[in-house]
Structures are given as C-alpha cells and as structure tokens.
Design a protein around this ligand. Structure first.
Ligand SMILES: [Mg+2]
Length: 214
C-alpha cells in the first residue's frame, strides 16, 4: 500500500523571504525572493508517491489591521504559486486563513473591532483556520478529495512556533526551519523539544527528513 503523507507548508518566512507583512509594499513583486532550498526541497517531496502538499498561510493579522486587502493576498498567493510551478513544482492545495479572534484585536488595539469583518468571536468556526488551528489543512484535504485522517503521516513546515504547533495539533510533527530571522523561535523550541517537534537549519533539510520518514 502506498504510504500517504501530508505536508503542510507555511508561506511567509518559509517559502518566501519576509520581513513582515509581505505583500504590503507596492513593489512586492520585485521584493519576492524564494528561500534557498525551497524549490529543491519541494521537488524532493514531489517525487514521493502518495505525498500531498498544502500551503497554508495566515493572513488575518494584515487583513484585520487594514495593511492589505483580500485582493492583494490573492495576487501574492497566485504569484508565488506560479513562480514555483514555473520551476516544475507541484502543490496540491493553497489555503489562506483570513480571520483573527477578539483576543488578537484587543492585544493589537484594533479599533472598532466588533465591526471589522476579519475579526470574529473566539468560538467562531472560521477561527479554526488560524494557526495553530488545523482548519486550513482540513480544507486542503477536502480540495484534494480526502480527509486529514486518511494520512498515515502529517508534517507541518514553518518558521514560527505556531507552525510547529499546527503539525502537532494535526496529529503529526511540526518542523521549524531557521530562516535567518527567527532565532528566538528556534531557541524557544529547542528548549522544550519533544518527539513531535523538529528544528532544522534550512527548508531542504526539512524535506529530506520527511522523505526519510523521520
Ligand atoms: Mg511564517
């Protein structure tokens, strides 16, 4: 039987370089830079039979703060996806999380958040998409035509702690990739590593671990 593996991948800071709210600048297309090892790494994953890839990007913080709109997010997603496709990469589903909860709005002092369409109550089902929630992975699976529970192994690759938590919450492993800017997250995860959490130096190494079945 073909072993079925699901790999979730974060976008900003993991696939593309990001110094914060990528896509907010008018020159975002010129600023787009894919991290080293991403193309080679995903190609390695694409060679594995029964392995599916879902890119899952949380964009609720930028949306709720009015830093960019949904149209811009869709354009950025499309552009990054097409850059990867041009390099011969296959991604099975691409999902965006669009909402934040009241807790986020209060913490970041978003004014009139009760009238903000991207800010929802803490028990709102749409908040399931926000990492470390697994809603985007579930939606990706639905688009592929299966369920999260169909997979024997699940991994989530990202540059933040909540990416690692997403992998664990999905019943799999979380892989934190060092990207040159997230040293603090790396140190934090390293101090409490368990068998479901892995820290690697670059994206390619994360993919190599997955292919090796770690
Ligand atoms: Mg990220």
């Amino acid at each position: 039987m073909v072993r079925r593996v699901l790999v979730g991948i974060d976008r900003d800071g993991t696939i593309n370089k990001d110094s914060g709210f990528f896509g907010s600048s008018e020159n975002w297309k010129d600023e787009l830079e894919i991290h080293e090892g991403v193309v080679e790494g995903i190609k390695l994953l694409n060679e594995c039979e029964g392995l599916k890839i879902v890119v899952a990007t949380d964009q609720g913080s930028g949306l709720s703060r009015g830093i960019y709109d949904l149209n811009r997010i869709n354009k950025v997603n499309k552009e990054i996806w097409s850059v990867l496709v041009e390099k011969g990469i296959k991604i099975d589903s691409w999902q965006s999380g669009l909402y934040v909860g009241y807790d986020y709005a209060k913490k970041h002092k978003i004014e009139n958040y009760l009238e903000n369409k991207w800010v929802v109550a803490m028990d709102d089902v749409r908040l399931r998409d926000r990492k470390p929630g697994i809603g985007m992975l579930e939606k990706g699976c639905k688009e592929i035509g299966c369920l999260l529970s169909d997979f024997d192994k699940i991994y989530y690759i990202g540059d933040r702690i909540r990416d690692v938590e997403t992998g664990v919450n999905a019943g799999g492993k979380g892989i934190l990739v060092y990207n040159g800017l997230n040293g603090e997250a790396v140190e934090e995860i390293k101090s409490c590593l368990d068998s479901q959490q892995v820290v690697v130096d670059n994206f390619y190494e994360a993919c190599k671990l997955i292919v090796d079945g770690v």
